[in-house]
Ligand binder design. Structure first.
Ligand code: DAH
Length: 342
């Protein structure tokens, strides 16, 4: 081949080569094309063999032309390879994509039970006031549930608690707790043992049990929230301020409270708390009082040094009042039409 013929060949090989490379549709086709265009048996390689028979000057120019073609084809192949690889990846991703929503029946979202939500809201209010949240067991001994709270055997106050007695231990030894007040004793003892004593600022929520007929205002398994504060020089004023603050935080700042003298064996003096919107009806919502010295002693705390107050109310009852539910049994009937309103 002459120098001119070689240059023509180089140009033609480059042009046709670029066209077939651009037309390649798969990576596999491109790999075959690469061998055909640049391999040992390619037209380009064969044409280069004629370089050996040329004059040095001509060989130089023809060689440069072949090299340029080789480079141009190499670049074209790499560019096409990148395009095809990208397209094939996209196709794979599209083919393998999973739309999980296509296989799931739409379900309604649930939410926490209104009594649980109430309990959490109450806990939040008291935590905001600096109280800790403490829990105790539902299965109690007679002593923690009654005796330690200044309610000895045959005390008339036991008649107010219709108790579920359990068929374990000595007869009468175990009960399902009838109130959260025994957690006061457990917590006082724990604080004395582990922190060396008061101060105590705690609320104790949980389920309690009453062996009685249920009606629109009574449940046999209900929830209470107990409060206990023990510190130096705690007075009735602190008790009233705490209850008032909490009622207004939970029901609204327009609510007011009043305290009526009452009787509980574990507090002295004792009171019942009523609340209302101004001009409205007074509703009884809690029992409370200054912790009885005997109760402090049973909790391992010296009544000469410390004093405090306690209170207890029904969580379900508060939820009932706040949401204006006419029958408290709705909370345990598990009717979604009722529950979904909250
Ligand atoms: N334990 C009482 C009950 O279940 C409620 C109660 C009243 C709790 C007065 C107290 C309190 O802590 O001081 O009926």
């Amino acid at each position: 081949m002459t120098d001119e013929a070689s240059q023509d060949a180089a140009t033609r090989i480059a042009d046709t080569g670029r066209q077939v490379v651009a037309a390649a549709e798969t990576l596999a086709d491109l790999a075959v094309l690469e061998t055909t265009l640049l391999g040992k048996k390619s037209e380009l390689s064969l044409a280069r063999r004629s370089l050996g028979s040329m004059e040095p000057d001509q060989r130089k120019e023809a060689g440069a032309a072949f090299n340029a073609t080789r480079e141009a084809l190499g670049d074209a192949i790499e560019a096409r390879r990148a395009e095809l690889a990208d397209a094939e990846l996209r196709a794979t991703l599209d083919a393998e994509a999973l739309d999980l929503t296509r296989y799931v029946e739409p379900v309604e979202r649930g939410h926490v039970h209104p009594v649980t939500a109430t309990r959490e809201r109450l806990e939040d209010i008291f935590v905001g006031l600096g109280f800790e949240v403490v829990e105790g067991p539902n299965l109690e001994t007679d002593w923690f549930n009654f005796g330690a709270l200044n309610i000895p055997a045959h005390h008339p106050a036991r008649g107010m608690h219709d108790t579920f007695h359990l068929d374990v231990g000595e007869p009468g030894e175990y009960v399902l707790r009838t109130h959260t007040s025994p957690v006061q004793i457990r917590h006082m003892r724990a604080v004395t043992a582990h922190r060396g004593g008061p101060p105590i600022y705690a609320v104790m929520p949980g389920r309690v049990y009453r062996n009685e007929r249920t009606d629109a205002t009574h449940l046999a398994a209900l929830h209470q929230l107990e409060g206990l504060v023990i510190d130096r020089q705690i007075t009735l004023g602190h008790l009233e301020g705490t209850i008032d603050t909490f009622i207004r935080a939970y029901f609204g700042s327009e609510f007011e409270t009043r305290f009526r003298p009452s009787y509980f064996p574990f507090t002295e003096p004792s009171a019942e708390v009523d609340m209302r919107v101004p001009g409205g009806e007074w509703l009884e919502i809690a029992g409370c009082g200054m912790v009885h010295p005997t109760v402090l002693r049973n909790g391992g705390i010296d009544p000469e040094e410390w004093s405090g107050f306690a209170f207890g109310f029904g969580i379900d009852r508060l939820a009932k009042m706040r949401h204006d539910v006419s029958d408290i049994r709705e909370f345990v009937a598990n009717d979604v039409r009722f529950l979904s309103q909250f």
